[in-house]
Unconditional design. Structure first.
Length: 476
C-alpha cells in the first residue's frame, strides 16, 4: 500500500472513531435534553399536585367547599399540561408509565368530581379521595426522582465514554502514526545506507523485499541506478584500463629506450676509442653502463611490483606504530632539509589488518616526495602526519600533508597514473602508482587534495580490524 493511501486510511480511521463517539455523545445529549424537559414538566405537575393536596386537606379537615373547585381547576390544568407535552413525556417515561400517570390522575379527578357534584362528606368517600391523591403524588414523586437519577447516570456515563474515547483515539493515532513513521524511516535508513555505499563506489543492491509504496519505488529506482552506475563504472574501468595500457606501453617504451640508447651510444663510443682509452677511462665507460643498467633494473622492478604484487603478509597492526617507524627512517632527511615535523596521532585507534612493510613503503614514498618538494623552500617546510578514526565508515585514516608549492589542478586527475611525474627527469612516475595499488590491495582508499602555493595532502583510509573481512577474530 502506498504511503499516501496509508495516511488516507489512518485519517479515515480517525474520522470514523470521531463520528462514532460524536454520534454516541449526540444520542446522550438528546436523552439529557428529553429528561431535562420532563423534569421541568414534572416539577410543574408536582407543584400542581401539591396545591391539589392542600385544597383536598382544606376540604377534608375544614369543610371548605370551594377547595373542590380548586382541585377541579388544578386537575384540568395538569391534564392540559400532560396533553400538550405528551410526546416529550412519552419519550422520557415510555407509553406505559404515561398511561399509568393519566390513569392515576383520571381516578383522582373522577373522585373529586363525584364528591363535588353530590356534596359527599362521608369518611369512605373522603378516604378514597385521599388515597387516590396520595397514590398520584407518590407515583409522580417517584417518577421524578427516577428521572433525575437517570439524568445523573447519563451524565456520568457520557463522561466515562468521552474519557475512554479520547484516550482510545489518542492511542490509535499514536499506533498508526508510529506504524507509518516506522515504515517511512526504515525505508529512508536503507536508502541513506545505500547512497552512502554508492558514494564510496559500492553498488550493492537492496535485496530485501520492499513495500509497494513510494519508498519502495524510490528503492527500486536506486537499485536500477546502482546497476547502471556499476555498469558505467565497469565500462569506465575498462576504458581507463585500456588507456593505462597505452600509457604504460608508451611509458615503458620511453623509460626503457632512454637507458638502452645510452648503453648503445656508450658501447659504440667505447668500441671506437677503445685503443686510445686508459684503464681508468675504460672503467668509467663501464660504470656508465652499470648506472644505466641499474636504472633499467629499478624501472622493471617497479613494474613487477605493481603487475605482480607480493603476497600480502597480513597481521594485526597499529597504524601509529607504522607512522612512528616511518619517522625514524626519514628523520635524517628532515634534519638535513630543515623541515619541521608535526604529529597529531589519535589515541586508542582500532587496529588494522595489513602488511605493515608495504604500508611503510607507501608512507615512505609519500613523505619522501613531500620532503623533496619542500627542500628548496627558503623558510623551510613543515611535514604533518596525523591519524584519526572515522566512526561512520569504521576506517582508520592517515593524513600526510606539506606546505610546499602544491599540484596544479590539471595534474591532480593523473597523479596516480603510471609514469606520470612532476619531477621531470629525476622521477620515474611509478611511486604513487605502486602506492595506489598497495592501498587498493588492502581494501583501502588513497586520495589527494592540493592547492597551488599552499601545499598538498594525501589521505589514506584502511578498514579497521573489526571491519575487515580478512581480519581474524580479535574479540578474544
Amino acid at each position: 500500500m502506498k504511503t499516501e493511501h496509508k495516511i488516507y486510511l489512518s485519517n479515515l480511521v480517525y474520522i470514523v472513531l470521531i463520528i462514532v463517539v460524536g454520534s454516541y455523545a449526540m444520542n446522550d445529549l438528546d436523552q439529557l435534553l428529553t429528561k431535562f424537559r420532563f423534569t421541568v414538566i414534572a416539577d410543574d405537575l408536582n407543584m400542581s399536585l401539591l396545591e391539589m393536596r392542600l385544597a383536598e386537606k382544606n376540604y377534608v379537615i375544614y369543610g371548605d367547599a370551594s377547595a373542590l373547585q380548586d382541585i377541579h381547576n388544578k386537575i384540568a390544568a395538569a391534564t392540559t399540561t400532560l396533553i400538550q407535552n405528551k410526546q416529550d413525556i412519552i419519550r422520557a417515561l415510555g407509553q406505559e408509565r404515561f398511561d399509568l400517570l393519566r390513569k392515576y390522575m383520571y381516578v383522582y379527578a373522577t373522585l373529586a368530581e363525584k364528591i363535588h357534584r353530590k356534596g359527599l362528606k362521608d369518611q369512605w368517600s373522603l378516604q378514597q379521595l385521599r388515597a387516590a391523591g396520595h397514590k398520584l403524588e407518590l407515583f409522580s414523586n417517584k417518577t421524578t426522582i427516577a428521572e433525575r437519577k437517570q439524568v445523573t447516570s447519563i451524565v456520568n456515563r457520557s463522561k466515562r465514554v468521552l474519557h475512554y474515547s479520547f484516550w482510545t483515539i489518542v492511542f490509535v493515532a499514536i499506533v498508526l502514526s508510529q506504524f507509518i513513521v516506522r515504515n517511512i524511516t526504515t525505508s529512508l535508513r536503507r536508502i541513506v545506507a545505500m547512497t552512502r555505499l554508492i558514494s564510496k563506489g559500492n553498488f550493492q543492491l537492496i535485496e530485501q523485499k520492499h513495500a509497494k509504496d513510494e519508498m519502495g519505488a524510490v528503492i527500486e529506482a536506486i537499485n536500477i541506478m546502482a546497476l547502471e552506475l556499476k555498469k558505467r563504472e565497469q565500462e569506465l574501468i575498462q576504458s581507463r584500463r585500456l588507456a593505462s595500457i597505452g600509457i604504460l606501453v608508451a611509458g615503458v617504451t620511453h623509460e626503457l629506450s632512454n637507458p638502452l640508447n645510452n648503453i648503445s651510444m656508450i658501447a659504440q663510443t667505447y668500441a671506437e676509442v677503445y685503443d686510445q682509452l686508459s684503464k681508468e677511462e675504460r672503467l668509467g665507460f663501464m660504470a656508465q653502463v652499470e648506472e644505466q643498467g641499474e636504472r633499467l633494473r629499478v624501472i622493471i622492478k617497479n613494474l613487477l611490483d605493481f603487475s605482480r604484487p607480493k603476497e600480502l603478509q597480513l597481521a594485526e597492526t597499529e597504524v601509529n606504530g607504522i607512522i612512528q617507524k616511518t619517522i625514524e627512517l626519514i628523520q635524517n632527511m628532515l634534519e638535513v632539509s630543515n623541515i619541521k615535523l608535526q604529529l597529531e596521532l589519535a589515541e586508542d585507534l582500532p587496529t588494522v589488518y595489513v602488511d605493515k612493510h608495504q604500508i611503510l613503503q607507501v608512507l615512505i614514498n609519500i613523505t619522501t616526495n613531500a620532503i623533496q618538494v619542500m627542500t628548496d623552500m627558503d623558510s623551510g617546510g613543515e611535514l604533518r602526519l596525523s591519524s584519526r578514526y572515522l566512526a561512520d565508515s569504521d576506517d582508520v585514516e592517515i593524513e600526510i600533508s606539506d606546505n610546499g608549492k602544491g599540484i596544479a589542478p590539471e595534474f591532480l586527475d593523473h597523479i596516480f597514473d603510471p609514469f606520470f611525474t612532476t619531477k621531470g627527469d629525476s622521477g620515474t612516475g611509478l611511486g604513487l602508482w605502486v602506492s595506489y595499488g598497495i592501498i587498493k590491495n588492502h581494501g583501502g582508499m588513497i586520495r589527494v587534495e592540493s592547492s597551488v602555493g599552499a601545499g598538498t595532502a594525501f589521505f589514506i583510509t584502511l578498514p579497521s580490524c573489526k571491519k575487515s573481512k580478512r581480519c581474524p577474530d580479535v574479540s578474544v
